[in-house]
Design a protein around this ligand. Sequence first.
Ligand code: ATP
Length: 291
Amino acid sequence: MSPPTTATTERTDHDGGPSALFSITGVSVRFGGVRALSEVSLDVAPRQVLGVIGPNGAGKTTLFNVACGFVRPDSGRLLWKGEELTGLRPHRLASLGIGRTLQGLGLFDRMTVLENVMVGADRHARTGFASALFGLGRGARDDAALAARARRTLAGLGVERYADRLPGSLPYPVRKRVALARALVGEPELLLLDEPAGGLAGDEMAELGELIRGLTDRMAVMLVEHHMDLVMSVCDDITVLDFGRVIARGGPDEVRRDPAVVAAYLGEEVGGKAGEGAGEGAGREQRGTGE
Ligand SMILES: Nc1ncnc2c1ncn2[C@@H]1O[C@H](COP(=O)(O)OP(=O)(O)OP(=O)(O)O)[C@@H](O)[C@H]1O
């Protein structure tokens, strides 16, 4: 676990050193006059759960989108296993060994649950999904192996019985697990999760927490999340953003006590009663550094 640092003692060693699986170093993003991210750096170590939190508009979604290749930073670098990822595009993630889920689940309504998950298994297919799309063919053996892998992944998440159903007919928590299965079926080394607890009830969130912890025997997780109780219970390390800058980082206890974090949440109880989601409702809709 990293030592705690705050804005005044910002760590500068986010350079994708040997211990880092994935690093974001000195990333800045501007949308017109709004500086959504300023010189943001973080490292995700193998098998670590790294949380990214911050009040509304702090820059979490922008950071997630940078990590996925949806937003290209104006400056700064992304490193994967110490190598710079230049011009990262979302479709390259799976082949690198990075899985992701998005806030909108993005399931294909006309495909079964099983087929939706198979889409995510492209990394292990001999002929890729793109080849199949363009009619270049995928061997029947590949398809059978993919289907088996997809079923195993669904089973691991307790939702295999829905494999032949269409996602639209299923309860939201089940669809969330299907989306997670699609991200996991490629056996990523890093899983990027954007607000995975959104729309879940308290007990479902607790199950999600256990599930995320259970992944760390084989992958690292970067969790961007509002719900403070989930973040505090599952993360090894937490990076806190406010106005697009890193204001604190460290373990849950250090971050919870950090005066800069408490101030950022306008005195909300960051130490958190279950389910309170200290990142929400802070009444700070428009954030980022206006210029
Ligand atoms: N596409 C965009 N165009 C203009 N401004 C944007 C865009 N996306 C984000 N912003 C601005 O950048 C800042 C950071 O937004 P971002 O959505 O990353 O924060 P967030 O921490 O995810 O917020 P929330 O918790 O409310 O989702 C905000 O001021 C936001 O208004």
